[in-house]
Design a protein around this ligand. Structure first.
Ligand code: ACO
Length: 428
């Protein structure tokens, strides 16, 4: 007989089934809890709640394991490229050479954006934060492609929607950047690989010959792969919950972008560099900032430290730390904040406060230093994260739809006033 858990509520015993995943993770299935007992569960921040069964990404926070569709992250970061990983996440298997070539070609062919996007961009202030702009543009795609709001698209139509947004997001980002700087916008180059084309559209000089740099393309591929999915994090859960109302893919991705923007999530990479700069400008005294982070009367947190799930180490941070040294070396960049970051990490890892709370550097601690070495402006760091996370959001959105998941709608424990009577305004 399959495993069950016995729960006694007000003296009445009920049996709840146990679900086990392929990596032996266990969950108590409470689907019948409310109908059988009248009780619900209470779990702020969903720290103990599995919201779905998913076959996309597995992570074990205690052991520091992360895999996409069963493939360990270190193998993918070392040997694969971003578009291959995107295919893997979305379609569940590694593509053959012919499938990958066809996928890359389709993406490149869909990389141009409607010319009216330029008109929309003219309406934004030049100093608008790009995450707000990109979220708006993703949502605006629904206006240009009305078929995207079809509640039940055919597999072919859905494939086209997914490919189009993977192709267009780099162009949206680069167009946003160049317009904000008053630079001429460059059309995507279909002869370049995905990452090289993005870098070209961002930084090439109009009218000048451009030679793609393999070090830059490799660095972007690695960072995007490391960011590509991370199971049910804040932005991905947002994408799934918005999509569960049958909102369109583009609207769901816009919502995910908004969720990613916050400094406790993807916005941390920008916040890390700002913090490291602050430490540098303050004289480089890392111990002082460690003290600040431990002071409960101070709102300061060590950005890029800690993770909801990883309580040992973040495997992505390990890979990024090594990559950071390699990439800066290859680019010939020496950044004083890298020394500060390493010093801060060393002090924090031996400090009882951080040890007790299992706080380690996360993926964002070193990623910003690489982005900076690549010339990416600080306010675009979270946009880079969004570019990397896109296939994960799409894969999770698609899985949620394929599995016919019900609309996401948590319950609550009401703690407000009760039994009040309306008082007319003149009597208050
Ligand atoms: N600096 C100092 N103290 C911290 C930090 C930090 N970065 N992170 C957590 N803590 C402390 C908390 O104050 C709390 O202490 P207490 O038990 O004495 O009250 C304890 O550690 C647990 O913290 P929670 O906030 O409950 O942990 P939670 O799992 O909810 O939060 C989070 C995880 C949001 C990532 C948190 O560690 C944090 O704010 N980190 C800094 C922001 C950051 O780097 N975010 C990026 C995350 S990775 C990503 O999204 C890609």
């Amino acid at each position: 007989m399959s495993e069950q858990v016995e729960l006694i509520v007000e003296g009445k015993s009920i049996k709840l089934p146990v679900i086990e995943g392929t990596e032996k993770e266990k969950a108590i299935d409470i689907a019948k809890l409310r109908s059988e007992t009248g009780y619900i569960t209470y779990d702020p921040g969903f720290k103990n709640t599995g919201s779905t069964r998913s076959g996309v990404t597995f992570l074990d926070g205690e052991l520091g394991i992360l895999s996409y569709r069963g493939y360990p992250i270190d193998q993918l970061a070392e040997k694969s490229n971003f578009i291959e990983v995107a295919y893997l996440l979305i379609y569940g298997k590694l593509p053959t050479s012919a499938q990958l070539t066809a996928f890359e070609k389709e993406i490149a062919e869909q990389s141009e954006i409607p010319s009216n996007i330029g008109t929309i961009l003219n309406g934004f202030p030049a100093d608008a934060h790009p995450m707000g702009v990109i979220g708006s543009l993703l949502s605006a795609l629904t206006a240009f492609y009305p078929e995207s709001i079809e509640a039940n698209p055919s597999p072919e139509a859905l494939h086209k929607l997914m490919v189009r947004v993977i192709g267009q997001l780099p162009t949206l980002v680069a167009t946003t950047y160049r317009k904000s700087k008053g630079l001429p916008v460059l059309a995507p180059r279909k002869d370049l690989d995905y990452c090289s084309n993005f870098y070209y559209m961002m930084f090439a000089e109009a009218g000048k010959e451009y030679k793609a740099d393999q070090v830059i393309a490799d660095a972007l591929n690695k960072l995007f792969i490391l960011h590509a999915d991370h199971e049910q994090n804040c932005s991905t859960s947002t994408v799934r919950i918005v999509g569960s109302s049958q909102a369109s893919l583009y609207a769901s991705l816009a919502a995910g972008t908004a969720a990613l923007w916050g400094p406790l999530h993807g916005g941390a990479n920008q916040a890390v560099i700002e913090m490291l700069e602050e430490i540098k400008n303050d004289g480089g005294d890392t111990a002082k900032f460690i003290l600040k982070a431990k002071d409960k009367n101070d709102n300061f947190r060590l950005m890029g430290f800690g993770h909801r799930v990883y309580k040992n180490f973040d495997p992505r941070a390990k890979i990024i730390k090594v990559a950071c040294d390699q990439i800066l070396g290859k680019l010939g960049v020496s950044d004083p904040v890298l020394t500060i970051a390493k010093g801060l990490e060393e002090v924090a890892l031996s400090d009882q406060y951080f040890v007790d709370r299992k706080l380690y550097p996360n993926v964002d601690f070193y990623s910003g230093i690489i982005y900076r070495a690549l010339g990416i402006p600080t306010e675009y760091f979270t946009v880079m994260f969004a570019l990397g996370r896109l296939p994960g959001w799409i894969a999770q959105w698609k899985e949620m739809r394929d599995d016919n998941e019900p609309i996401g709608r948590p319950r609550q424990i009401y703690i407000g006033e009760t039994e009040r009577n309306y008082v007319p305004i003149d009597n208050r």
